[in-house]
Design a protein around this ligand. Structure first.
Ligand code: MG
Length: 305
């Protein structure tokens, strides 16, 4: 790009993303890139979804781009559990699925009260082993993102899967819940509402909630309004800053809600994750491409309650 990709709006951002930081495109040709997740195994590699082409791709420094899963069931968001196992949201199956080390699929969530989920979008694991995911309708309203169908649920909810495998709703007042992430102490949960994507009167913001000991949420408040575009994926760094995807790139917020700055990207960013050999690379899935940029922070280091 011409000019700096780093746009500080607070002096604290200058130390995080250098004015000379480069945005490197690692791959292009995707339909809609989403769901990046890093693994330190096998020398380090990134997995991400290309929803429109229903494949999961693998990128590594040594191997470049390879197909990881040729039929991904329109996978979207991905994360890893405490043992490093892959957990994926699938629009096609309408499941949240864990992949065991031997490749076996274990369904984590497929229904609530006997009815199929809409299309799980993004997922995060808390250090107590509970699995939290969002269930908007993008995968059943867009033929590019899944199989069109009527919703069987009364709403577009956020769910928690307990260690007992019970699926329980924790937030029922979103238009389209999307990316989600915990603060370092896991006492705060951030959830994006991207409803504005299909309704100009709907939110384009990230909300914060207090997380109680029993896993219930309280004290919902708007943490950040995102424009242009909508917030989709988001991640928290080791100092509790929140990095949120947006129409013009990535927006970085301090934990008190002050926007510190932006990273400009020439394509709409859907999601992001920290990774790389030293953890200081920010990977961005942005429409047709996968990008990376160096940052002076790393992903959340859980400091459990
Ligand atoms: Mg998403």
């Amino acid at each position: 790009m011409v000019g700096s990709i780093s746009v500080p709006e607070d002096r604290r951002f200058e130390a995080l993303v250098s004015p000379t930081a480069e945005l490197e495109r690692l791959h292009t040709g995707c339909g809609w890139a989403e769901g990046p997740v890093w693994s330190d195994a096998d020398g380090g590699f990134l997995l991400f979804s290309d929803i429109y082409n229903h494949v999961m791709l693998r990128w590594s420094e040594a191997g470049g781009i390879e197909v990881f899963r040729a039929d991904s069931n329109f996978s979207n968001g991905n994360t890893r559990d405490r043992e490093g196992r892959l957990i994926s949201c699938e629009h096609g199956s309408r499941h949240v699925v864990l992949t065991e080390a031997d490749g076996r699929r274990v369904v984590i969530a497929d229904r609530y009260q006997g009815r199929r989920l809409n299309s799980p979008n993004d997922v995060v694991v808390r250090s107590d082993g509970t699995i939290w995911f969002t269930d908007p309708t993008y995968g059943i309203i867009s033929p590019l993102e899944g199989y069109p169908a009527a919703s069987e649920q009364p709403g577009h909810w956020v769910y928690r899967v307990g260690t007992d495998r019970e699926v329980r709703p924790v937030a029922t007042d979103f238009v389209q819940p999307n990316g989600l992430a915990f603060s370092c102490d896991e006492r705060t949960l951030y959830v994006a509402d991207s409803g504005f994507s299909h309704d100009p009167t709907a939110p384009h913001h990230v909300r914060a909630f207090d997380v109680a000991d029993d896993g219930s949420l309280a004290r919902s408040r708007v943490f950040a309004d995102i424009a242009p575009g909508v917030p989709d994926g988001l991640r928290v760094d080791e100092d509790d800053r929140v990095w949120i995807s947006a129409g013009d790139g990535v927006h970085c917020y301090a934990p008190d809600g002050v926007r510190l700055g932006r990273i400009l990207v020439p394509e709409t960013v859907a999601n992001l994750c920290f990774g790389g050999a030293d953890g200081h690379t920010l990977f961005l899935t942005a429409t047709t491409s996968l990008y990376r940029v160096r940052v002076a922070t790393r992903g959340t280091v859980p400091r459990p309650h």
